[in-house]
Design a protein around this ligand. Structure first.
Ligand SMILES: Nc1ncnc2c1ncn2[C@@H]1O[C@H](COP(=O)(O)OP(=O)(O)OP(=O)(O)O)[C@@H](O)[C@H]1O
Ligand SMILES: O=C(O)[C@H](O)COP(=O)(O)O
Length: 394
């Protein structure tokens, strides 16, 4: 990576505004998964150990520019203090005189967490005034919020116009792992793309067709492809306006020598419900009045075999409606195949990461990204705004 990192700067005694992604799932005020907090610890510890005055900023949820009590970062400060084994001060605002006053009292090695930056309408608008107000708090900007690096917001991008700006360890690791895999992949290179909609994966499929040896498409989006091949798909997910595109991708894969794998059987249900009546059918036999909610056993085996024969596997998106246990077998089978192979395995964030965690296999893959949308945009070959703004290495 040609961007400066916190290793390239002296932070002792400096006020450091460190943007992290503490957008963690919460239920009734309790954090249900603190992966993103743990992932930010190396950077925070480094800053503390090096004697910086650490000012942490994050968003939580989508409060849309207003204060939403349930989206305060107070529970995050408590959890972070437990991990750091030292106090984490928390303020109820993210800018303004009171915050400035609190920052002026910080000693070397102290940690202060600001309030949810999305309580301010200027955050998502990348408002220069808000960006300057953030910048006034600090001497240096560190971006470690990989999960939010695809957003050009005041605390992820704008602030870098007013301060020296470097990458944190998590951001660096995410970019190097995903970037390296795409630039110089081990082969055979297999990408597994799932999820609900073709619409959301167009850019990813387009970019990967130039890079992979095998492309596996499962999940809801695969049925538009299956329809494009001339099969009936009953009431399964279908995007009529993307069928031509699906046909083009099928032709392109062939022209580029990419082996494209689609489901050969499916678990079909009479309705979209956890207790629906379900059965396994061949892909050419999906009944008109049923919908495919998971890949079938033959497909699970086929996809696992492709994984086994690969040296690098990147996975993004579930193979079925994994939120319902009955339709989670396809997703679990892919998770298991990734866990068992010796290949380098990378899981894009969001649902696939949640599925692999749920299956208890998280420690058996090489890299699980903390970014859903951000990892997807990297797979699309895009430059992330939160990365573009950082200072280049001299
Ligand atoms: N066959 C299917 N029919 C209906 N829905 C499906 C099917 N397969 C998967 N899904 C649904 O797709 C959703 C996930 O896809 P989505 O495109 O929203 O996210 P994603 O690709 O996993 O992205 P991220 O990992 O970044 O969150 C899940 O909620 C899952 O239930
Ligand atoms: O959860 C995420 O993907 C990131 O924290 C970004 O959140 P957002 O999609 O609300 O911008």
């Amino acid at each position: 990576m040609n961007k400066k990192s916190i290793r390239d700067v002296d932070v002792r005694g400096k006020r450091v505004f460190c943007r992290v992604d503490f957008n963690v799932p919460m239920e009734n005020g309790k954090i249900t998964d603190d992966t993103r907090i743990r992932a930010a610890l190396p950077t925070i510890r480094h800053l503390v150990d090096q004697g910086a005055k650490v000012i942490l900023a994050s968003h939580l949820g989508r409060p849309k520019g207003k204060v939403v009590e349930e989206m305060r970062l107070t529970p995050v400060a408590r959890r972070l203090a437990e991990y750091l084994g030292k106090p984490v001060a928390k303020v109820d605002e993210a800018v303004g005189p009171q915050v400035e006053e609190r920052v002026s009292q910080l000693e070397e090695g102290d940690v202060l967490l600001l309030e949810n930056v999305r309580f301010y309408p200027g955050e998502e608008k990348n408002d220069p005034e808000l960006a300057q107000a953030f910048a006034r708090l600090a001497d240096l900007y560190v971006n470690d919020a990989f999960g939010a690096a695809h957003r050009a917001h005041a605390s992820t991008a704008g602030i870098a116009n007013y301060l020296p700006a470097v990458a944190g360890f998590l951001l660096q690791k995410e970019l190097e792992t995903l970037g390296q895999a795409l630039v110089n992949p081990r082969r055979p290179f297999t990408a597994i793309i799932g999820g609900a909609k073709v619409k959301d994966k167009i850019g990813v499929i387009e970019n990967l067709l130039d890079k992979v040896d095998n492309l596996i498409i499962g999940g809801g989006l695969s049925y538009t492809f299956i329809h494009a091949q001339g099969y009936g798909i009953g009431k399964s997910l279908f995007e009529a306006d993307k069928e031509e595109l699906a046909k083009m991708f099928i032709r392109e894969a062939e022209a580029k020598g990419v082996r494209l794998y689609l489901p050969v059987d499916a678990v079909v249900a009479d309705r979209f419900a956890p207790d629906a009546d379900a059965k396994v059918v061949d892909i050419s036999e999906i009944p008109d009045d049923m919908q495919a909610l998971d890949i079938g056993p033959k497909t699970r085996e086929l996809f696992a075999d492709v994984v086994k024969s690969s040296q690098l596997v990147i996975w993004n998106g579930p193979m079925g409606v994994f939120e319902f246990d009955r339709f989670a077998q396809g997703t679990n089978a892919v998770a298991k195949a990734l866990a068992e192979t010796d290949a380098m395995t990378i899981v894009g964030g969001g649902d696939s990461a949640a599925a692999i965690e749920k299956a208890g296999l998280a420690d058996q893959v090489d890299h699980i990204s903390t970014g859903g949308g951000a990892s997807l945009e990297l797979l699309e070959g895009k430059v992330l705004p939160g990365v573009a703004v950082l200072n280049d290495k001299e």
